[in-house]
Write a protein that binds this ligand. Structure first.
Ligand code: ZN
Length: 247
């Protein structure tokens, strides 16, 4: 503790939703209250299956989302899980979706990290999750993931979900994906633009906001709406206006 009763350093072992039992040592320079309702998941219904984009935070949240999906679409399996990038707050439910039988779609850059650290049988003693308690056979058989390179399309002949690699984000994150429903013209993105959550005082556009527009332009897609992983849905026009980017 230091002046003001603010914790300066902690060391403990914690059950981590991504990495399992983890030796946790942290120097706190700055506190941030993340509050609740910080992340969204997006479920897309196809003729015979459901695809989910993003599994934030932890297993408890993921099970609540899965319950909701089963309530809304009771007769179709969740067959695909699209993970946009490798930040920990976006990974906590990967093992949960693996356990319900979903194939994980992520950029090829993320595969080695996920296979080595997440999608394995290393026992989690402190807070055992479903994979720890009831190990699925998929992991040993190697059917857990599919790589996305530049573009990947999920579809059933009527509805399509296009998944794109987001280029030009070297500093923030490598291996970022965004998803697009071409019929509905809805773009799903994480961390590139967080509507309503960014300080109005920031220099606009940010590098990530520029990258979002660049990637939309390069891929010749034409969204009407952004369904963000952080924040509320907004129109594409509002995004252009708010980030001071014109056509
Ligand atoms: Zn995020």
């Amino acid at each position: 503790m230091r002046a003001g009763n603010i914790v300066q350093r902690t060391q403990t072992r914690v059950p981590h939703p991504v990495l399992g039992d983890m030796n946790y040592e942290h120097e706190f320079a700055q506190w941030q209250d993340l509050g609740g309702g910080t992340h969204n998941s997006v479920a897309v219904e196809f003729a015979n299956f459901v695809a989910v984009i993003e599994v934030p935070l932890d297993e408890r949240r993921s099970l609540a989302v899965i319950d909701k999906i089963v309530e809304l679409v009771p007769d179709k399996p969740i067959r695909y899980l699209v993970n946009t990038h490798d930040h920990y707050d976006h990974l906590g439910g990967l093992r949960t979706y693996l356990h319900v039988g979903a194939t994980i779609l992520t950029h090829q850059r993320n595969r080695m990290f996920y296979e080595a650290e997440l999608l394995n049988y290393v026992p989690r003693m402190l807070e055992p999750d479903m994979v720890s308690l009831y190990p699925p056979t998929e992991i040993s058989e190697g059917y857990t993931m599919e790589d996305v390179d530049e573009k990947y399309i999920l579809g059933d002949g009527r509805r399509y979900l296009e998944i794109y690699y987001v280029q030009g984000l070297g500093i923030h994150v490598e291996g970022m994906l965004m998803a697009y429903l071409p019929e509905e013209r809805i773009l799903i993105e994480a961390d590139l633009y967080d509507p309503g959550l960014l300080p109005a005082s920031r220099a606009r556009p940010t590098a990530a906001e520029t990258a979002l527009l660049d990637n939309v332009t390069q891929n010749e897609i034409d969204p009407l709406l952004i369904a963000p992983i952080h924040g509320d849905a907004v129109t594409w026009k509002a995004f252009l206006r708010e980030t001071r980017q014109g056509h």
